[in-house]
Design a protein around this ligand. Structure first.
Ligand code: G16
Length: 544
């Protein structure tokens, strides 16, 4: 088969963000744009030549074409074996599972996660290393550097691969294996959780659940695992057929975008348990009857209850959370005598801690949690963890969480996002906050005394690498915090995230409404950052 060498010129905007390269579909369709980035992966990850690559995506618009392009380029770059999810699909956690299970050299995952899809939507690509996790900054930095100097890429003139039929095909010297996208992942879940107990819960007739796949990748996974393997009634999975534009929706599992599910978990006829996942299946939202579990609380509850779950009954080695995630899990770690790490935003920062066996569970405020079973956050895993817990504890979601607060204290939490603001105004706002930091400690703002104020920097305890400028933290002596960051996953302008947290150990005050509790901190945060005058926004775009 003839290898073609195509001349190209660098694009200046291929620096990966928090989780790979995310851009509008129309940018990815610019001639050579996708190819340049992919060739830069092959040029910097030289062990892929003669090695094995996993390939799959969340099924969004442009997924199939991109898969065909990458298979041809893999063959032209000497990859010996490409393992592709059937129809070009693999959820992000399933891709991580497959990369690890078959001892491959890494994987390319096509996804823009929770961002909308379709011809006018977003697309994304990221490289995961042989441990199954998102490439660390050293690797993404090298790929980016290569994109700045690339002058040619290699591909093949070949017929399209049949992506829909399971089996092995040849492309020149390269074996292309189309695998069942769900089977390996489902088998791993069965190892971790007590499926028999969950089957009994569903079979009891006393328990109702809905899972919202949001027209995205987890539909087939959830139908097989929840309805077929665990016996949940047909229809438990809603919006379960993946579509290229996610049914025109925004596949982000939060209270705003998963409103259909929220309605099913509200009111007198509410289901007992509801959950949703995102575009590529790594995020999760957990709801009880008329009850929302914040992602930060979800992580803390999991850590406190891990001993009840088959796969974690042997104990946890430690836990970690991203910096803006609430400190709820820190309280659990302290009570249980576990190490607790605070990392920058981005799942890639958990990789070394997981590989070194320093942590078993980790999570983020951005609706992500996971464990050492793979090296990505994992939406369905979190749902199964909760299902297993409900089956074993015989309590409602609300009872479990409220009991947790009584024991460990409650960390009220909210995040305000200002999306699509002017990028320059956003960076000026952050620069303005920097100028305030030195004088803040010791001052009192509306009754809250500042204990520390800094721009978060992280030194990886395993490899010593340093990541600076990871967000402004203002910590008060009463345990409350304000955190400011600019998102690294948006594709339009800038998104300012303001994260707010207030601690309450008095059980008599733990059942108040979050919005009321947070109001004073919201006032401090918006004034201090001069949000309205600098961005022109009076209100956040999304509050979660
Ligand atoms: C990605 C990262 C997460 C991060 C989230 C939000 O998630 O993997 O670690 O918390 O983005 O990042 P940012 O605040 O920079 O937008 P996903 O689900 O989008 O892949």
């Amino acid at each position: 088969m003839k290898i073609l060498t195509i001349s190209t010129r660098p694009f200046s905007d291929q620096r990966p963000g928090t989780s790979g390269l995310r851009k509008k579909v129309r940018i990815f369709r610019t001639p050579h744009y996708l190819e340049n980035f992919v060739q830069s992966i092959f040029d910097t990850r030289t062990d892929l030549s003669g090695g094995t690559l996993v390939l799959g995506g969340d099924g969004r618009y442009y997924n199939r074409q991109a898969i065909q392009t990458i298979i041809c380029m893999a063959a032209a770059n000497g990859v010996a074996r490409v393992i592709v999810g059937q129809s070009g699909l693999l959820s992000t956690p399933a891709a991580s599972c497959v990369i690890r299970k078959y001892h491959t050299n890494g994987g390319i995952i096509l996804s823009a996660s929770h961002n909308p899809g379709g011809p006018d939507g977003d697309f994304g690509i990221k490289f995961n290393t042989a441990n199954g996790g998102p490439a660390p900054e050293g690797v993404t930095g090298a790929i980016y550097a290569r994109t700045r100097e690339i002058s040619q890429y290699r591909t093949l003139a070949a017929d399209e691969i049949d992506l829909d039929t399971i089996g092995t095909q040849s492309l020149g010297e390269t074996r292309v294996e189309i695998i069942d996208a769900v089977a390996d992942y489902a088998a791993l879940m069965e190892e971790l959780f007590d499926f028999e107990r969950i089957r009994q819960l569903f079979g009891s007739g006393q328990f109702s659940m809905r899972f919202d796949a949001m027209h995205a990748i987890t539909g087939p996974y959830a139908k097989l695992i929840l309805e077929t393997m665990l016996g949940a009634e047909p229809g438990t999975v809603i919006n379960g057929d993946p579509s290229e534009d996610f049914g025109g929706g925004h596949p982000d599992p939060n209270l705003v975008h998963a409103h259909e599910l929220v309605a099913l978990a509200s009111g007198p006829d509410a289901v007992d348990f509801a959950a949703a996942s995102d575009g590529d299946g790594d995020r999760n939202m957990i709801l009880g009857r008329n009850f929302f579990v914040t992602p930060s609380d979800s992580l803390a509850v999991m850590a406190a209850n891990a001993r009840h779950i088959k796969g974690y009954a042997g104990g946890l080695s430690g836990v970690a959370r991203s910096m803006p995630t609430s400190q709820a899990v820190d309280r659990v770690a302290e009570a249980l005598g576990l190490d607790c790490y605070e990392t920058p935003t981005g799942w890639k920062f958990f990789g070394n801690l997981l590989d070194a066996g320093r942590i078993t569970l980790c999570g983020e405020e951005s609706f992500g949690s996971g464990s050492d079973h793979v090296r990505e956050k994992d939406g369905l895993w979190a749902v199964l963890f909760w299902l297993n817990l409900l089956a074993v504890r015989n309590r409602s979601v609300q009872e479990i969480v409220q009991e947790h607060w009584r024991k460990f204290g409650r960390n009220f939490y909210t995040r305000h996002d200002y999306e699509g603001i002017d990028a320059e105004a956003a960076s000026d706002l952050m620069a303005h906050l920097e100028t305030l930091l030195a004088d803040l400690p010791g001052t009192t703002l509306d009754g809250h005394t500042v204990g520390y104020a800094d721009n978060f920097a992280y030194t990886d305890p395993v490899d010593g690498s340093v990541s600076e400028n990871q967000g402004i933290r203002i910590g008060f002596t009463d345990g409350s915090r304000i955190v400011y960051r600019l998102s690294g996953t948006g594709t339009e302008g800038a998104t300012l995230r303001v994260y707010l947290e207030a601690c309450e150990t008095d059980p008599g005050k733990q059942d108040r409404e979050t919005a009321g509790v947070m109001q004073p901190l919201v006032g401090i945060a918006t004034r201090m950052a001069e949000i309205e005058s600098r961005t022109g926004r009076r209100e956040p775009t999304v509050i979660t």
